[in-house]
Every structure is written in structure tokens, then in C-alpha cells.
Design a protein around this ligand. Structure first.
Ligand code: GLY
Ligand code: MN
Ligand code: MN
Length: 441
């Protein structure tokens, strides 16, 4: 629900952090051609969503906390009745001011000529370099022009600062209205995973499950998937970013589904792995129970003061111990952690921030060390174990044939609370009996 007061408060908090001598420029990413003259659907830059709720393309925000007038300026597409017949309604300059709270609004096409005056004579320019080459060039050209004007009193900023310093720290700590959106996203996503477990019988196709999951997201009022839905059956589950989703699901396959609904721009991120025929085989269950026990004990560690490194180290140790017990590795846990051979089977991190972006913003370290978790942060906990099939990258290694081609990941979304944590995705089955029951439908 759009509440202008929420966005005004976020801008105020951001401007407080910027201080009077800084200016921030936030630009939407360009619309992208898909093929021919067809575009990918536009999705607003999360920083703009966070500061305004404004979803239209070709938008630039300029925030100038120290300015007397025009503290918050928006460049937007002007109203254009002819274009609006084709592409839909625009808020225009009037809407930018009246609905979205801008002190001043200008046509997007005037950004080039007005940017210099708006950023001149501030010490710091907060701008995210490296995402949009054209905007980077405009910023560079504007700074270059201001240098030449220094004797006339318009000096360029002395530093260009990454938005993670001020803005992304705010985004990292979720406020109640953000958590409400995340709870909605996670609730819908839990239902979609349960639907996939019930539908994913042998003989169905990975893309059918993808369609069912994405349909559930839309049917329930979500915007769709917050990232491309992954459905990997059998050995496809060992490919971390498998999004082809084109194979038939066979009897005896495990099916890995990694999918999250985006609701009100916030995305969930859940992975579940289930047996297509409703019953884990012995070796599948051995791997599954190892990942499950690892994941549950890792979630138990989530509380204020803990770090993502603590959680990851715990997963690496527990999984490596299990790999030795399963016959995937030999020697001691310490030796296999030391020589990193566990990475043959667990090659990704355990957690990331979650919010408006699936891999959400916010610094992971402070002074070179993992930062302590704090209430309001939302993280994923997603250990896995992946044994490449014959012909894969593990061919020169001897290991139990029964484990070949098994891939398991279990991923939940976890809010750090004052006293510990709250698993936002707890409604999604993950115990062996609960998963097998969900597969029976
Ligand atoms: N779905 C992306 C991830 O789990 O990080
Ligand atoms: Mn994730
Ligand atoms: Mn995921």
C-alpha cells in the first residue's frame, strides 16, 4: 500500500545520514531490449523504490539535505496523452510533486543540462558508479564541466561516494512496513513450494513446476518471481543456477526448487528439495538429513551479535563431517576444511541479505571483519550438498556411486529479532515426513 509518509520518513532519515554538505543522485536503470523491438518488463531500481515508491522508468532523484529550496528533486517522464495511450498513465511533473513529494520536478530530458547546478558546490556526491555506463559518463562530464567553472564559484564534489555508505545501511535494517511485505512474499512463496511438491510427480516437466510456482505468485497478488525460478530434477539439482527448466522429471529423482515471490517489491528466497515419487531413497535421505540438520542448527545460531561467517563456518564444519561419514571425503574434518576439498560438494556461501533485492544491499564486513547481526536484518540460511554426476567435474575422484547426481539445498528466510530470530518461511515443509506428505498432496 502506498503511504507517502513512509517514503518521506525514509528520505528524511537518508538526508540525516548524508549531512548538509552532500548530494545524492539515484537513477533508474535503463529499460533493456529483449530482442527485436520488445523490451524486458521494467522493474524499478530498488533504491528509488525505497525512497519514493515511484515505479516509472527514466527517473532520477536528487537529494540535497543542505539546500534551502529544492531539497528533493525528481526528473521524470512528463505527461504525454499520446504516449500514455500506448504505454499507460504517467504521474508527470505534477504527480512527482503532489503524490511523490518532490520539492521540484523536471522532465527527464532536462537532466543533462540541470545536473551541474544541482550537484555543484557539495563536498560529497553519493552515486553508485559502475551500473549504468551512460549515467556514469554524464556524471563524469558534469564533474569535468564544474572543474572548469571553479573560479566562477561552482566547484565539483570532492568525493564520489558509494551509496552503500549512507543509503544501503538504511535498507539493511528493515522497518515494520518492509517486514509486512516480506511476510506476505514469504507466505505466498511457501504455498507455491507446497503446490510444486504436490504436482511434481514423475512424468511432469520442470517447466510445468516453474509455471505453477510463478502462477501461484501472480494469482496471489505478487509481482511474479523476484529472480528466475530454478527447478532442477535429478542431476540438474547439482547445477546451482539451473534456470533452463526443460527436462522431464523421472521416477526416483529429487527435485530442487529455488523460487521466491516478489510482493510490493520485496522478494522471498526459498529452496526446497523433494522426491518426485514421494519417498526419499536411502542415499537421498542420508544427504537430505545431513543438509537439514546443518540448516536447522545454523538457524539456531542466528541472533544479534552473531555473524554470517559464524553461520557459514558452522555449516562448512557440519557438512564436511557429514561428507566424511558418507564416504565423499576421507581424513579428518580439520584437514578437509584446511585443504578446502569440501568445496567440491559445498561451493557457495550460506547466507545473504534479503529485501528489495534477492541479494540485498548492505556491507557484509566492518573494518575487514564480518559484522555482527542486529535486529531488523533479514538473511537467508541455505546450506546444500551437490555431488556431480558421472561425466561432471568430479570424474577423477572416487566416491560412492549411489550419491552421484544428488543435489540438495534447503533455504529459509530468517529475521534477526531482539532475542534471536524468526523464521519467516517456517510454514514451508522441510522435515522428511512433512516433505513426503506434501508430495502426496
Ligand atoms: N536464489 C538465489 C539464491 O538463493 O541466492
Ligand atoms: Mn538465497
Ligand atoms: Mn534461493
Amino acid at each position: 500500500m502506498f503511504d507517502p509518509a513512509v517514503f518521506a520518513a525514509r528520505r528524511e532519515a537518508f538526508m540525516q545520514r548524508l549531512g548538509p554538505n552532500a548530494v545524492a543522485v539515484v537513477r533508474s536503470l535503463p529499460e533493456r531490449l529483449r530482442n527485436g523491438d520488445a523490451f524486458h518488463p521494467f522493474r524499478q531500481h530498488s533504491d528509488i523504490v525505497y525512497l519514493t515508491g515511484f515505479a516509472e522508468p527514466d527517473t532520477t532523484l536528487i537529494l540535497r539535505p543542505g539546500a534551502e529550496t529544492e531539497k528533493f528533486v525528481m526528473f521524470v517522464r512528463p505527461r504525454d496523452p499520446e504516449m500514455e495511450v500506448w504505454d499507460g498513465k504517467r504521474a508527470g511533473l505534477e504527480g512527482a510533486k503532489e503524490i511523490y513529494g518532490a520539492d521540484a520536478a523536471y522532465p527527464a530530458a532536462e537532466l543533462n543540462t540541470r545536473l551541474g547546478d544541482l550537484i555543484a558546490s557539495h563536498d560529497e556526491l553519493h552515486y553508485g558508479l559502475g551500473f549504468d555506463e551512460r549515467m556514469d559518463l554524464l556524471i563524469a562530464a558534469t564533474i569535468s564541466r564544474l572543474r572548469k567553472l571553479e573560479r566562477k564559484g561552482q566547484r565539483p564534489p570532492r568525493a564520489v561516494i558509494d551509496p552503500r555508505i549512507a543509503l544501503h545501511e538504511l535498507r539493511l535494517h528493515k522497518r515494520p512496513e518492509e517486514l509486512a511485505a516480506l511476510r506476505k512474499a514469504t507466505a505466498i512463496t511457501c504455498d507455491a513450494h507446497v503446490a510444486a511438491m504436490a504436482a511434481g510427480k514423475p512424468g511432469t516437466f520442470e517447466h510445468e513446476l516453474e509455471a505453477l510456482v510463478d502462477y501461484t505468485f501472480r494469482k496471489r497478488g505478487g509481482a511474479g518471481p523476484g529472480y528466475a525460478t530454478i527447478v532442477g530434477a535429478g542431476e540438474n539439482a547439482t547445477i546451482l543456477h539451473y534456470i533452463e527448466n526443460r527436462c522431464a522429471i523421472a521416477d526416483g529423482d529429487l527435485v530442487l526448487v529455488d523460487a521466491g515471490c516478489e510482493y510490493d517489491h520485496y522478494t522471498a528466497d526459498i529452496t526446497r528439495t523433494f522426491p518426485a515419487n514421494g519417498k526419499f531413497t536411502g542415499p537421498q535421505r542420508d544427504v537430505y538429513e545431513l543438509v537439514l540438520a546443518t540448516q536447522k542448527s545454523a538457524i539456531d545460531l542466528v541472533k544479534p551479535g552473531a555473524t554470517l561467517d559464524d553461520i557459514h563456518d558452522h555449516c562448512v564444519r557440519t557438512l564436511t563431517d557429514g561428507m566424511i561419514r558418507l564416504g565423499l571425503l576421507t581424513g579428518s574434518v580439520d584437514e578437509r576444511i584446511e585443504d578446502k576439498t569440501y568445496r567440491r560438494f559445498y561451493m557457495h556461501g550460506t547466507s545473504h541479505w534479503l529485501g528489495l533485492d534477492v541479494h540485498d544491499v548492505g556491507a557484509y564486513t566492518r573494518e575487514g571483519k564480518a559484522r555482527p547481526l542486529a535486529p531488523g536484518m533479514v538473511i537467508t540460511v541455505e546450506p546444500g550438498l551437490y555431488v556431480a554426476p558421472l561425466g561432471g567435474h568430479l570424474d577423477d575422484h572416487e566416491m560412492p556411486a549411489a550419491l552421484r547426481g544428488i543435489g540438495v539445498r534447503i533455504e529459509d528466510d530468517v529475521l534477526v529479532t531482539e532475542v534471536g530470530h524468526d523464521v519467516l518461511t517456517a510454514a514451508c515443509p522441510k522435515e522428511v515426513a512433512a516433505v513426503e506428505a506434501a508430495c502426496r498432496g
